[in-house]
Design a binder for this molecule. Sequence first.
Ligand SMILES: Nc1ncnc2c1ncn2[C@@H]1O[C@H](COP(=O)(O)OP(=O)(O)OP(=O)(O)O)[C@@H](O)[C@H]1O
Length: 254
Amino acid sequence: MSFLRLRNVSIHFPIYQGGSRSLKKTVLASTSRGNLARDAAERIIVRALDSVDLDIESGDRLALIGPNGSGKSTMLRTLAGIYEPTSGDLYAEGRICSLLDSTVGMNPDATGQENIVLRGMYLGIHPASMAQYVDEIAEFTELGDYLEMPVRTYSAGMAIRLAFGISTCICPDILLMDEWLAAGDTHFLDKAQRRLESFVRESSLLVLASHSLPLLEKWCNHAVFLYQGRIVAQGTVKDVWQEYEETVAAGRAA
Ligand SMILES: Nc1ncnc2c1ncn2[C@@H]1O[C@H](COP(=O)(O)OP(=O)(O)OP(=O)(O)O)[C@@H](O)[C@H]1O
């Protein structure tokens, strides 16, 4: 049984420079403004996540919905263990694979094949065992001879194919994804979707952050609405999306 649990998790980024005098004055005059606040040392901080509680269980395909800067990427990075919570606790069970950026974990000077082996080593798989996946990844990615070329020579779409192929060849228990995958072409997206569907059937848990309602409706069965680092609503993708749109519209009208 895989799960991810956040208990009262906050992620604060101190801003050491770059804040204008007027911004500092405004923020320091009150305790907070949006997700900006001041800490005990009177520094401006961004509360990228603020006292978040969340339970994600086996079978959940969770959509992260929210406007720019609401904390979706920060949430994914926290769940992936890339960011350590400033306060609060993360409990995780299951092998996590994060597809947050097509280049994360790739060596651009190594060939596609070498990157397959390198990623396997990172996951604790012996290079000899990883060899069995090369053919499968070659077939899925349709990269052909390009697998023998350095990854820096790939187009963005080719790098995405490789990253996705590698990351999903060994079925993780938990898949964390940003919407960068949507940058693939239609043919690839169809294949990726089929693979993801079988992945979700075989493993257990998906968290996907995206600004695309069709993508979220296709792949997710539950959603949370993040706003200024807080979870302000949970429910079906459709309902949460509607709430998101209404909140954004009200914000614009205000
Ligand atoms: N490394 C950092 N240093 C300072 N502030 C940061 C850092 N990373 C994120 N933030 C701030 O944290 C907040 C949340 O950012 P995050 O990238 O998680 O938002 P997001 O919902 O993923 O946005 P988008 O939809 O634009 O990708 C923003 O206010 C952002 O400015």
